[in-house]
Design a protein around this ligand. Sequence first.
Ligand SMILES: Nc1ncnc2c1ncn2[C@@H]1O[C@H](COP(=O)(O)OP(=O)(O)OP(=O)(O)O)[C@@H](O)[C@H]1O
Length: 437
Amino acid sequence: MEEKYDNELLTEIVDHFSDEIFVTDNMGTVLLVNEVCEYNYGIPAEQLIGKNIKELEDSLFYPSATIEVLKRERPVEIMQRTTRGKRLFVKSRPIFNDEGKLLRVISYARDLTINSELQQRINLLEKQLKENDQDKQDQEFKDVIAQSESMKNVLKLTLKIARTDTTVLISGETGVGKNMMAKKIHSLSHRNQSPYKEVNCANLSNLALDMELFGSKDYGVRGIIELTNGSTLYLDEIDEMPYDMQSKLLNVLENQQLVTQGNNKVEMDIRFLVSTRKNLEELVKEGKFREDLYYRLNVIPIKVPPLRERKEDVSPLAFYFLNQLNEKYGQTVSLSPIVMNAFFEYEWAGNVREMRNLLEKLVITSDTSEIKLDQLPPNIKAGSISHAKSLPDKLEQLERYLIIESYDLYKSSYKVAESLGISQSSAIRKIKKYINQ
Ligand SMILES: Nc1ncnc2c1ncn2[C@@H]1O[C@H](COP(=O)(O)OP(=O)(O)OP(=O)(O)O)[C@@H](O)[C@H]1O
């Protein structure tokens, strides 16, 4: 009786096994197969029983692992293709009786097509997820110009960390957009309904900064740290914070508590975003910045690269600001290609802010619709000359600058020749060299 149940149990297990099971006798006659066979070969299991493996090879699959085991009398592992287009990984092994005579061959086959289909599905889902992320990024950052790979990476990281609560250290030269990124982080965070506060640590005297941040009992004022509880506080130019004050800030960060001017211990829940123009690690080495505070702040570092290291952003930024400013001042000013070239060559020590300010001045003051090279400040006109190292290089850059400036103004090789006192053929040659290349 129990044997019957055991057989039923065995059939149940075999039929529900996710791999194919295929058993033959020592002549290759099929004795047992499970339901997976139907899926792999397109034939119901019953129709396979009693058939010989040699009849099945080629018509249903190739090669047969069972035939190999029958030949060699030892375990075999092979890759098999079925006429239904499946790729199976087959493991077959012989079963011997007590006298060592081959009795059965049992094979297990795993469908690798499922794996690759699964992989394709995963790839597709990952792709959709990435596109989704890209859409989201484009939407959230539509007012942030980022054509360069390095800026795109900054945005990607910003999007990723905005919704967390970690402290972020934003570093970069003046005017690269640190402030803008900090505001983005806040507006994309769950704190965006509470007011974002910022304090510049370089603009105030030590005493005033202390009072601004921590408040004053004498004057009965509450500090901005206390007032920002629950929201985001951006500490701009943290590198300028006096050493002693750094300990007070560290205390708040470490203990998430603040002793207020009213002498109450308040639990703090502030997200700190800090920025630095200087290399904080260097300042730590020089003993000007507390190492413990540095590590506490540097949880997620975001480095916003200077404009000269991401030239691809120069013209998109210029067009973006030009549009914005034209609209603001009711103008229709554009930049001549040569001016665009000068923008590209220039080093922009003041970065994006310097470019925006210059464009604002040009849009306001220009009385022509196209800005010409001679309307630019000398440092930008001559920007590319200062990069040249040797005298011959400098001379060539100077020549290039004069030719470009003159051609930008006159748009005629004859006039360029006349204005610079050279022959027209020489002017043509130089225009070709520096402009039309
Ligand atoms: N990628 C950008 N796209 C659009 N506008 C930008 C971009 N980067 C910077 N700006 C604009 O340039 C100006 C300067 O940026 P921001 O004040 O964020 O720089 P910063 O690095 O914080 O400067 P500082 O170190 O002087 O505080 C702002 O008007 C900002 O909106």
